[in-house]
Design a protein around this ligand. Structure first.
Ligand SMILES: Cc1ncc(COP(=O)(O)O)c(C=O)c1O
Length: 446
């Protein structure tokens, strides 16, 4: 058994900070450390300026350290830093909830605050289960996710999620009553689609297979990302979400859109539900809610869901769920300032207008010999690199590192997919320069 008198072995494995979703041992050989951010650029520990082509981690569409958001946080920190959030609140959270439901699609009337996307997902799943129980439909306990879906890293989220490595190590203890729809990706049918692929709306009928197998009366909810993000940007086939909505309605199943990425302008509208004109019953959000400046998530629900909980005695707690930091004043102040900036700068319209430039730019890479597929929707884009036979994922990581170190460009890789999430207010010339840098880098990969 190793003891703490053996530091050298520990050193070779990296630093004290165990980094999330990171190849730690590789990372600590040449760390990529950010010390400052301003608008569209980072500054790293060596004082170099880097262009951020991932908006934080899908979070910061307005750019880093937006002065109005910074000011709101500073003011709030010196006014009220924290409060008890159970049976009490502050003056910011209810206001933010009110503004969020005003921004949300028609029918959404209530908002529950969390601190992250993962917590939003688990909260939404719990609300769905408790809703059916409150209605006397306690047999509806099954949750349906989708292959290749990403819904964060908590137990509910990885159970309905469909990215194999995120589940494998924990597979003995995932939620028991879960099933998965098939994913919508087809390289044969849809390679190099611009925006929504035309093939695949019928895949929404996979829900009917699960209904036939398990019985609608056992199914509580379906959760999907309207545009699957973390798996590598899979826009929904045309007509797919509409068909999924209709199938859920037919069987009395709640439809949850996980909009942790797609909310707040990422697809050129407040929510993907608006963009696709498909109305779910529950929306999960996080990331862009505060422009990433303070962690916060939210679950938006329609009136009939909230109302179903409001039948017990007035003094009873209706939902036994909540986090110490639900509706934290600093996060709520950041959220309020962020929503104000979105409105003042017409950010969602600006983002929509940038889509064509982004689409043209990313598809210029389609002819590169290492590129297997290119996909995009809104300001979300992915490029699949051909994997190295001997080492799946190695080429994607090599690209990420070369772009950071040699091109001063921040791009995310998940395995061999390079992902792009430009700022909602990015400048076209920056995007052109960034894609030219990506091509230069691809030319040098082995
Ligand atoms: C669709 C979706 N849901 C949930 C999450 C989890 O969010 P967090 O990392 O804030 O817990 C993410 C994160 O990327 C996401 O993309």
């Amino acid at each position: 058994m190793p003891t703490n008198t053996e530091p050298p072995a520990r050193r070779t494995h990296g630093g004290a900070y165990w980094m999330p979703f990171t190849a730690n041992r590789d990372f600590y050989r040449a760390p990529r450390t950010i010390v400052a951010g301003s608008q569209h650029h980072y500054v790293d520990a060596d004082g170099r300026r880097l262009y951020d082509l991932f908006s934080g981690l899908w979070t910061s569409g307005l750019g880093h350290c937006h002065p109005r958001i910074v000011e709101a946080i500073q003011k709030q920190a010196s006014t009220l830093d924290c409060n008890m959030t159970f049976q009490m609140t502050n003056d910011r959270a209810p206001l933010l909830a009110q503004k969020l439901v005003a921004l949300a699609p028609t029918g959404f009337t209530n908002c529950f605050f969390t601190n992250s996307g993962s917590e939003s997902v688990d909260t939404a799943l719990k609300i769905a289960l408790a809703y059916h129980r409150a209605k006397g439909d306690a047999a509806r306990t099954r949750l349906i996710g989708r292959e290749r879906g990403y819904h964060g890293v908590n137990f509910g989220g990885i159970s309905v999620g469909g990215i194999a490595p995120n589940r494998r190590a924990f597979s003995g203890n995932l939620l028991p009553s879960v099933a998965h729809l098939c994913h919508t990706y087809s390289l044969e049918r849809n390679a190099f689609s611009k925006g929504q692929p035309t093939w695949g709306d019928h895949l929404a009928d996979d829900l009917n297979r699960l209904v036939a197998l398990h019985g609608a009366e056992t199914i509580a909810a379906v959760i999907v990302e309207p545009v699957a993000g973390s798996t590598g940007i899979l826009p929904p086939p045309k007509g797919y979400l509409e068909r999924l909505r209709a199938n859920c309605t037919q069987h009395g199943i709640l439809l949850i859109f996980d909009e942790v990425i797609t909310g707040f302008g990422r697809v050129g509208a407040p929510f993907a539900a608006d963009r696709f004109a498909v109305s779910p019953d529950i929306i999960t959000a996080a990331k862009g809610l505060t422009n990433g400046a303070v962690p916060m998530g939210a679950v938006l629900v329609k009136d009939f869901i909230y109302d179903a909980f409001m039948h017990a005695d007035d003094h009873s707690i209706e939902l036994f769920h909540g986090y110490t930091y639900s509706g934290h004043p600093l996060a709520a102040a950041a959220g309020l300032a962020t929503l104000e900036v979105y409105e003042a700068e017409a950010t969602f319209r600006v983002a929509r207008e940038l889509e064509k430039t982004f689409e043209d730019g990313i598809h210029l890479l389609a002819d590169h010999p290492l590129v297997q597929d290119v996909r995009n929707f809104g300001l979300m884009g992915g490029i699949d690199l051909k994997a190295r036979q001997d080492a799946p994922g190695a080429r994607g990581l090599q690209a990420h590192k070369k772009l950071f170190h040699d091109e001063r460009l921040v791009v995310r890789n998940s395995m061999d997919t390079l992902q792009f999430a430009p700022f909602l207010n990015a400048q076209p010339e920056h995007l052109h320069a960034a894609f030219a840098a990506v091509r230069r880098t691809l030319d040098l990969l082995n």
